[in-house]
Design a protein around this ligand. Sequence first.
Ligand code: ADP
Ligand code: GN1
Ligand code: MG
Length: 353
Amino acid sequence: MSTAMEVARVFALEGEPIDAKPYGCGHINDTYCVCCQREGKPQRRYILQRINHNVFKDVPGLMRNMIAVTAFLRQAVIAEGGNPDRECLTLIDTRDGEKYYHDPDGNYWRAFIFIENAITYQTVEKPEHFYYSGCAFGKFQRLLADYPSATLGETIPNFHNTASRYRDFEQAVKENASGRARAADCSILTDLLAKGELPLRVTHNDTKLNNVMLDDVTGRPVCVIDLDTVMPGLSLYDYGDSMRFGTNPAAEDETDLSKVTCDLNLFEQYTKGFLEECGSMLTPQEIENLPLSAKLMTLECGMRFLADHIAGDTYFKIHREGHNLDRCRTQLKLVADMEAKMDTMKQIVEKYR
Ligand code: ADP
Ligand code: GN1
Ligand code: MG
């Protein structure tokens, strides 16, 4: 594949390219900063980009848009007395007089004047940055107000067609190409139950910490409460739901997700207590699935919070806007952390079986 340095020489840059380094934090194209040496003059920089043709299927069409829009903006900036080399993107021609280069490997490249003495921020550090951002995009709209929009192509069809994006989302979940939708995981316990490999028991089903009364003085367990959900179920539901709530040192609705983790010491404490009390009556399959049940009960609860958020908060009590969404996020963060710690969780269960 051509290197950025090789491609830099294809463009009519001022001076001799001496360096081409990856640049910026973009998520789509490969961007390089090319530095050129000039006789008796300071160095000059350019931006060189390899266009992502996986994302943009019709690069020539995209470049037709860009050439037309930058030419139009250039005239508009000049008409307002601005500096067009600085206030609008300027494409640099190739030595053959083209606005972009299609290399022998099939990659597309373009080069721009480097806008010096200006930076892009990754977060709003001062409110005024965001104000100026509003000014910039407002001006962009204004300068292009008379451009005939129908003459531009759609570089990504349906890009902001939210209904179409929603269908894409449903399709991605259905296909689950990465396995990350975890749909298959969701039926592991119910399948084992259906096959008779896990016994149906009387279970509490809502075993969070605040559903057990502990003695004020000794801290020892006094009484299991909140028996509304006592039903036939799997022992794994009771173990897993306790883990979901209790191993996370942060609140169930914590908004700082960096605080949300599965604390393995807490995991060990509960496992020890649970297995001391009922380990001898559990089957080997039940014990083997304990670590998985922690993850699955957490995933299930995350899905329930999200579903309720989408349904308009009709099930769980909320105390602020987006409360169920915040709760969903902690659960999904916890699922990811449990997945990362699954091997250790299994070792801990083995220690107490
Ligand atoms: P919910 O289904 O809304 O969680 P709970 O039955 O768990 O309702 O009751 C909510 C809280 O009330 C419990 O977390 C506990 O602090 C307190 N509580 C419930 N029952 C008792 C009880 N019998 N004695 C003392 N406190 C109780
Ligand atoms: C509900 O009512 P409470 O707070 O004990 C819910 C549980 C969820 C839990 C999440 C009957 O429990 O299933 O795991 O919230 N109870 C019911 O915090 O839906
Ligand atoms: Mg309760």
